[in-house]
Design a protein. Structure first.
Length: 214
């Protein structure tokens, strides 16, 4: 059937803003090349005018220079218009991208909101409160058990600090008295003085007189 009636050609995709920006940038680049060429011609005409004297020849060169300058101005105006168009389209692209990102953010937030509601729907607040109270009771019981185990035997729970300080002062006083009595015993003079033992005196040996005979 397509051979008899033919088939419609596939439709080309519509150009996007980015395609239009790329096309305009190409046109601006080609016009800038023409402007540079005109600048070169204007420099040449300026050199010629500086060398020519007033007359028909100089007037002709001056007219060509004016036409070249007028054409350059037209090209520059066209570049300014195309640049403004590019700027407007780039702004539109940025706005579109921002809106697209905003929509994506909103979709993500909605999905997260649904998931949070779904998860929180599984949580029972009453059970959490009951569990919290049970934990507090268990902790209090554990503290009571620790206090009971750490209690000292045969020691009163409450001791008067004043009594303890008085007892401590009494102990210090006793130690001072014991030290004073010990020093007094060392410095005490004995009542009787023992005399040192007297050594026995040697008895003279009597020698018998030896009688001599004459």
């Amino acid at each position: 059937m397509n051979r008899f009636f033919g088939s419609s050609a596939p439709k080309k995709p519509k150009p996007t803003l980015q395609d239009a920006i790329t096309s305009i940038d190409g046109r601006v680049a080609s016009i800038e090349v023409k402007v540079k060429k005109l600048d070169t011609e204007l420099v040449r005409y300026k050199e010629q005018l500086s060398k020519l004297r007033n007359g028909p020849g100089k007037n002709a060169v001056q007219q060509r220079a004016l036409r070249t300058l007028r054409q350059k101005k037209l090209y520059e105006d066209q570049i300014a218009q195309l640049t403004q168009q590019t700027f407007n389209m780039e702004s539109a692209v940025m706005t579109t991208d921002n809106l697209r990102n905003t929509m994506a953010t909103l979709d993500a937030m909605q999905t997260a909101n649904k998931e949070m509601r779904k998860q929180y729907g599984k949580i029972n607040i009453d059970k959490i409160e009951n569990m919290h109270f049970e934990m507090e009771e268990l902790i209090e019981q554990a503290n009571e058990i620790q206090e009971t185990l750490s209690r000292s035997y045969a020691v009163p729970d409450e001791l008067d600090e004043a009594d303890l300080e008085a007892e401590l002062d009494a102990l210090a006083l006793e130690e001072e008295e014991e030290g004073a009595s010990y020093l007094a015993d060392l410095n005490k003079v004995p009542d009787t003085i023992e005399e040192p033992p007297v050594e026995a005196a040697e008895t003279p040996v009597q020698h018998e007189a030896v009688k001599t005979t004459v």
